[in-house]
Design a protein around this ligand. Structure first.
Ligand SMILES: [Zn+2]
Length: 236
């Protein structure tokens, strides 16, 4: 069973690995990983299809009767300020080599993840099913409610607080945002926030480089057609 949220998106062309995760299914990349993707769907188990999948062990079950009601935008780059490379995957999979870079020694033992990563070229990787609790927010609070991991979905943008995000990232992010909002109606535009908003004083991402006005405008704009062109049906 699929949620009707087909959206245009670019798929990561890199092949993935088998990973175990929190009692979930063992999933691998689709064999047609090089094929351009013109739509995504959310399946009943919380995986987007077709999107590159790497199952992180850093996730577990949400508390009972706790559906996603919040979407949290982050940034990450490894090493800090450098883009590309396998290091974010390795961190979220729990296999980051502490000797591969001086910075990694201090973070290799962290047990963290996010549901989704959007690379600089707009390519998307999913590390945990949206139905599961990924470990992205840490100590956090939204509207007086603590422990945002329990009831949120986390999306990482490859980037830094100060580096303008790429057009392709905004494109994939609005595609993901629409799909997630369609699947989880409690996630309204007002319940899409930055990590800095739910962990003020502790976190700063996605930082001043993230153009919230642009993102919110694109989220409201007409859905993309399957060939990636804008629909002319409505664009207020
Ligand atoms: Zn963050």
């Amino acid at each position: 069973m699929f949620t009707p949220c087909e959206q245009s998106i670019r798929k990561n062309p890199n092949p993935g690995n088998r990973q175990a995760c929190g009692g979930g299914r063992d999933l691998i990349d689709q064999p047609d990983a090089q094929r351009p993707v013109d739509a995504i769907r959310l399946d009943a188990s919380g995986w987007l299809d077709p999107v590159r999948r790497l199952q992180s062990p850093h996730c577990d079950a949400r508390p009972p009767d706790t559906p996603p009601e919040l979407l949290v935008i982050h940034n990450i780059s490894l090493p800090p300020g450098e883009f590309g490379g396998p290091w974010i995957d390795h961190l979220f999979l729990g296999r980051l080599d502490p000797h591969a870079h001086a910075y990694f020694k201090g973070i290799a033992q962290l047990r963290v993840s996010a549901h989704l990563l959007v690379r600089r070229d707009g390519a998307v990787t999913q590390y945990a099913p949206l139905t599961a609790r990924a470990w992205h927010a840490g100590a956090s609070c939204f509207g007086g409610r603590p422990a945002c991991n329990d009831y949120s979905i986390g999306i990482e943008l490859e980037g830094t607080d100060q580096t303008p995000y790429a057009d392709a990232q905004y494109g994939s992010l609005q595609t993901l945002g629409r799909c997630i909002m369609a699947a989880y109606p409690a996630i309204t535009p007002g319940r899409i926030v930055g990590h800095a908003d739910i962990a003020p004083g502790r976190k700063t991402d996605p930082g001043p480089a993230f153009d919230w006005a642009r993102f919110r405008h694109e989220l409201r704009a007409a859905p993309s057609t399957p060939d990636g062109n804008r629909s002319h049906a409505s664009n207020p």
